[in-house]
Design a protein around this ligand. Structure first.
Ligand code: NDP
Length: 257
């Protein structure tokens, strides 16, 4: 693949949760646009396989194993990106999980697990990345940088059985809007992409007895593919610096919620 003149040539993009699903799709898409990738997640074998795949297409990818819920690990992944690749132009906060079910029946630890990845993980990665994004935004080739978070339709409309998941996704929506305004002087664009139902491994972590019931509605329709969400991210980050596409909602065509 010749990306000599692609929109993101000369840039470095870090994607959390790149070991499966939407994050993997985003990493593949940004590589097609010419970015050098930093792949962050805990399952290092999956990251290595993706890095090999990308290398076979001529792209470069650094594997950075990290649990983003741990501030030190998130910071280490960001530091490796900058020390080994020299800069950081794009961060996609995608790592997350959904553990649904009636609120009062949630086992000990489920709420905390979602909060620690979907909220603290976003904060940890963002804090570590911001100084580098600001620096990249002040330099060529683009003179702009991008901080994107993957929200959800659950971050726009709350429904039964996903109360805490919605809490996390509404939360990152508020964070993004506040940061959007804060970072305008630094030319760091802040965006959020809200996917509808996407065919990924997200349902694998749902406990038995809840999974079948909750996934029935989503699996009855033709769900989005990770590349459909990646297209939205690619649209945001490939705009000229005078344009800020701050929010995209992308549902499956048959999705009513
Ligand atoms: P997957 O389960 O396929 O992917 C989740 C990713 O997050 C994996 O790469 C996983 O990597 C990573 N992850 C989870 N916990 C951590 C952690 N502590 N540290 C680092 N990485 C972590 O699900 P999706 O691709 O569907 O989910 C991606 C995002 O999209 C999530 O934020 C989700 O809320 C959102 N979303 C998904 C929708 C869907 O229908 N699928 C709809 C709307 C939003 P590993 O386990 O290797 O660490």
């Amino acid at each position: 693949m010749d990306t000599t003149n692609a929109a993101l040539t000369g840039t470095v993009a870090l994607v959390t949760g790149a070991s499966s699903g939407i994050g993997e799709g985003i990493a593949r898409g940004l590589a097609q646009d010419g970015a050098t990738l930093v792949l962050v997640a805990r399952r290092i074998d999956r990251l290595k396989a993706l890095a090999d795949d990308l290398a076979a297409t001529g792209a470069t990818a650094l594997v950075a194993e990290a649990d983003v819920a741990d501030p030190a690990q998130a910071a280490r992944a960001v530091d490796r990106a900058v020390s080994e690749l020299g800069r950081l132009d794009i961060v996609v906060n995608n790592a997350g999980l959904m553990l649904p079910g009636p609120l009062a029946e949630a086992p000990e630890g489920e709420w905390q697990h979602m909060l620690s990845v979907n909220v603290s993980g976003v904060l940890n990665t963002t804090r570590a990345a911001l100084p580098h994004l600001k620096q990249a935004a002040a330099s060529d080739p683009r003179r702009v940088a991008d901080l994107i978070t993957i929200g959800s339709t659950a971050g726009r409309i709350a429904r039964p059985d996903t109360a805490v998941y919605s809490l996390t996704k509404f939360g990152v929506g508020a964070l993004s809007e506040s940061l959007r305004q804060e970072l305008i002087p630094d030319r760091v664009r802040v965006g959020i992409v809200h996917p509808g139902a996407v065919e990924t491994e997200i349902g694998n972590h749902i406990r038995d007895g809840v999974r079948e019931h909750l996934l029935a509605q989503a699996t009855a329709i033709n769900r989005l593919q990770p590349s459909d969400v990646a297209d939205a991210v690619r649209y945001m980050v490939t705009r000229d610096r005078r344009v800020a596409v701050n929010e995209i909602l992308v549902r499956a065509g048959e999705q009513t919620w």
